[in-house]
Design a protein. Structure first.
Lengths: 272, 271
């Protein structure tokens, strides 16, 4: 586009300002995790690995990390099954109410998270624990996370199914393959990388979720984000919290990076 | 018939999940909003009443909280749009092709970095003796300004991506044509670019508005003792669940009204 030199320079400046606005805070906490001063005075008087060592041996974050991983794996597994089933139903069949179903799939991430959280909490309090004896804990965290992870898997698998169409499966059936054989030899290999990309994204989403989790996690089983939030306002925990925060950024970014390399380029945008 | 059976087989488990676990839960909370709490036993009384909404609308404290939440959501939305539009325009039309992929990745990566950590990062930035204080010599401190900055930071990628997608769809030839017809940069932007990306901007505002409306974590981290809808829900949840449910219903209702309002721009097709 023909822009005046001034407009062009202005837009370059906007780009630089926005990117630094985005990255400076993340850089600051990364540097602060090496800041030798307990209260993070700026600039850091000197750098130290002390807090990383301290965090590596702290029991609280470790337990929380384990809960987070268990919740992430559980929710991702459930979402993989449910999301894949849904995308087969919605891409391979035309039926009455399919529009409503696709809206329903998006709803858990479109409505304010606090509404979903309060809703799930009241179900736990009023139905799950009195009727089934299930109290808030790992299981309820997984249920909550799976509900909004479904959409991520669904988006990835649907994109892949649309791209390939049903002709390969039809060909396999024409050649006499049993539906299960077709799934094993044709459909699944086609979907494999989309499933993996979706699973990584779902895991990333589950790993750093806090809005819904506060309502579904019991007092005994904090996830890593909840642990951070609970310790955020305790000054003597500040250095460890900061290290855990940096770890959380790395752990939630890595799956996205891997997913983008694996899958369709749109994969990482499917959070939207 | 077999097709119908296999469709039912595919849909049964996920629908059971979404309808029972999710819609069921939502239905319970909307029903709870019309129940009340016994002031002596703190037990939920399951008879229909509009008391929660009545006291919500007659109590100036809660009206102020709702107004403040709307103001915050609107300010954050406008700020996100003002930052995102020139940035997305740069990404789509000005930046050399080679670095576009890199720019998109640079915008996407923080979108996935933990929400909590990003709010925490602004807490360390804005705090007394923090980075801003040490380098610039002044900081707004924790409160309304800090919250607006933090929320703008948090939701900015949700605005950049749809606007970028909208600009990608706008052919360069339209900009050329406008320039050939004698329009300056600003006129081209106002008369050609802006109308074309209006639905994309509206799609972005759905995210920024909804996410700001429902936030209650960032408020606690950088908002000082600021009260918004989210924190009000949180405070009432243990003692007066029906009232908390009414507050939650109110924010869902505001969101539905907002969705209906922006639907006319074609925003929903641009999500």
């Amino acid at each position: 586009m023909r822009l005046t030199t001034r407009a062009r320079a202005g837009l370059w400046a906007v780009c630089a300002i926005v990117l630094s606005f985005v990255y400076v805070p993340l850089g600051v906490i990364t540097i602060n995790s090496f800041n030798s001063d307990r209260t993070f005075s700026w600039p850091p008087p000197s750098l130290t690995l002390k807090w990383w060592q301290l965090a590596a041996h702290a029991q609280g974050p470790r337990d929380a990390l384990r809960t987070s991983i268990e919740a992430g794996v559980g929710a991702t597994t459930l979402a993989l099954v449910l999301g894949t089933l849904l995308s087969f139903a919605l891409t391979r069949y035309r039926f009455f109410g399919s529009g409503t179903i696709s809206l329903l799939i998006v709803l858990p991430i479109a409505l304010p998270g606090i509404v979903t959280g309060v809703a799930l909490q009241s179900v736990i309090q009023n139905v799950l624990s009195p009727v089934f004896g299930i109290s808030a804990g790992l299981f309820t965290i997984i249920v909550g996370h799976a509900t909004f992870c479904i959409v991520v898997i669904f988006n990835n698998v649907t994109a892949r199914l649309r791209r390939f169409g049903a002709s390969l499966e039809a060909a396999s059936a024409d050649l006499g393959a049993h539906p299960l054989t077709t799934f094993r030899l044709v459909t699944f290999p086609l979907l494999r990388s989309a499933l993996l990309a979706g699973a990584l994204l779902a895991f990333g989403l589950s790993f750093d979720e806090i809005v819904v989790t506060t309502f579904t996690a019991g007092p005994g089983s904090p996830t890593l984000p909840i642990w951070i939030f609970n310790n955020l306002f305790r000054p003597n925990q500040a250095p460890v919290v900061n290290v855990v925060a940096v770890v959380l950024v790395l752990v939630s970014i890595l799956p996205v990076w891997a997913a983008q390399r694996l899958g369709d380029n749109a994969a990482a945008e499917s959070r939207l | 018939m077999r097709r119908r059976l296999s469709l039912a087989g595919l849909l049964a488990a996920p629908m059971l999940w979404l309808v029972v676990a999710y819609l069921g839960a939502l239905a319970v909370i909307f029903a709870t909003a019309f129940w009340s709490t016994d002031p002596f036993t703190n037990q939920v009384v399951r008879t229909f009443t509009l008391d929660n909404f009545h006291s919500l609308l007659s109590d100036p404290t809660y009206l102020r909280i709702i107004a403040r939440t709307l103001l915050i959501a609107a300010t954050v939305t406008v700020a996100c749009a003002l930052i995102a539009i020139p940035f997305a325009f740069f990404m789509a039309k000005v930046a050399p092709r080679g670095i576009r992929g890199l720019l998109i990745a640079l915008v996407l990566v923080p979108l996935w970095a933990s929400y909590l950590v990003k709010a925490y990062a602004w807490r360390t930035m804005l705090g007394p003796g923090g980075v801003l204080d040490a380098t610039v010599g002044a900081t707004p401190g924790y409160g309304l300004t800090a919250l607006v900055i933090t929320l703008t930071y948090l939701w900015l990628p949700f605005m950049i991506l749809p606007v970028y997608a909208g600009l990608e769809r706008l052919p360069d030839s339209h900009l050329e044509a406008s320039a050939d017809l004698g329009a300056g940069n600003w006129t081209t932007f106002r008369r050609v670019v802006l109308p074309a990306i209006k639905p994309s901007i509206a799609a972005g505002t759905i995210f920024t508005f909804s996410l700001s409306l429902g936030d209650y974590i960032a408020v606690q981290i950088v908002g000082g003792n600021l009260q918004v809808l989210g924190t009000a829900v949180l405070q009432n949840i243990t003692l007066d669940l029906p009232f908390a449910a009414a507050l939650g219903t109110t924010s869902a209702l505001i969101m539905v009204i907002y969705l209906l309002a922006v639907r006319r721009t074609g925003a929903l097709e641009n999500l």
